[in-house]
Ligand binder design. Sequence first.
Ligand code: NAD
Length: 474
Amino acid sequence: MATQYKNLINGEMVSTDKTLEVLNPATEEVIGLVPACGAEELDTAVAAARAAFKTWRKTSMDERRAAIMAIAGAINENSEELYRLLTAEQGKPHEQAKGEIMGAAYMASTQASLDLEDEMVQDDEKESIRTRRVPVGVVGGIVPWNFPVSMAIQKIVPAMLSGCTIVLKPSPFTPLTTLKLAELIADKVPAGVVNIITGEDSLGPLITEHADIDKITFTGSTATGKKIMEGAAGDLKRITLELGGNDASIVMPDADVEKVAEQLFWASFMNAGQICIAAKRVYIHEDIYDDLSAAIAEYAKGVTVGDGSQQGTGVGPIQNKKQFERVKELIQDAKDNGYKFLIGGDVDPSGTGYFVPLTILDNPPEDARIVAEEQFGPVMPLMKFSTEDEVIERANNSDYGLAGAVWTKDEEKGVEIAEKLETGTVWINQFLKLTPHTPFAGHKQSGFGAEYGKEGLLEFTYPQVIMLKKNAPV
Ligand code: NAD
């Protein structure tokens, strides 16, 4: 029987009469029921956040840090229950789910050490001029289904640390682990500081347009990000948007084929390719194209696609039916156009679960939909290039600008190419790495503002300048 989950509003776990079903994408069984909140429940949560803001904004950084560390502690202490639930609702294999859960605790505890010091610009006998940071107010956080827990933490932690309070909405596809976490932290965070409410997509615009919310922090698709910007414009809410990507990986001719093959595979297929910063376009120099593409395909043959709760599964299902249909459509388009597949491409039409076989395409054209669009699935187009200038131009030929990677033994050359890529993050000889102390910020249509690090934290604050004229004639 499906478990009934509750929302966290004003320190209490609460339910609604109406509920939404949550499926396991590997079995298509209903595994949970969550509250279906609308305007009324949102108003209650926002009012709780507003009331809590009055006192939370006055707390010291140390008090805020202690509450964040309590959240990190709750995640660590309950990590097994959390990662098993995450696999059940999201689909990712246990090892990867564990990585997300432990990573969320790590990100929470390390970002808690960030500070918001005042900046003294001038302090002499005539005048003191100081810039301080004040919290923006009540934050609306909206997160997607691919990394539900790490994204939730990435909204909650900087909001709390800056002195803001938050109303967070998980994706309707993956709310369960976040609600389990809500239950674990309900008595560890002062009432109203963190509120977590669930509902259909239609709850999103109610948040972005809510008159008593001051800032929106959103992770999701570029299309939704544009709607959020519009919705938030009514009362000029502050916004941070982390959106889609179509990241290019560039493999130079000096790269070691065997060593790079495995890393490129996981850069592309981790979490079944449902990562904003996955390697979605792989450009391989023509000198090593045949050898490297064969090595990647060979490695892929040893990886099992299946239910993430089963031992030995390397790649799980697509998280939801809508995305499953979209990935199948892109594969069908590639077939219709006669592009060559190295492996995969045939989805079992009668199977249970949203499984797509590992699919690798052999040098499709640059304007193929499967190359030009964000696939967000276990699909990897490999493309051949000849010159450095050409590949940089092709990599940059995208409306997205989230991340990218360069693979070469020549580290200096790697840095030189990296600096020519129009993306917020570039890895050289590594992949999918984010750190708690550097900004993660999409260029172009991959985002607006930044998360992580000091820059991410500052987005939850306003600068306030205090100018004191000393010994003035008053
Ligand atoms: P989505 O945009 O469909 O949904 C994200 C969230 O927005 C969900 O909680 C959804 O309920 C809510 N939402 C939907 N419509 C809304 C609206 N009109 N107003 C307000 N909220 C609304 O995205 P998704 O399909 O859940 O996630 C996949 C996308 O997210 C991909 O494009 C991926 O690249 C992107 N993503 C980006 C990052 C990043 O950090 N840059 C990280 C993960 C995922």
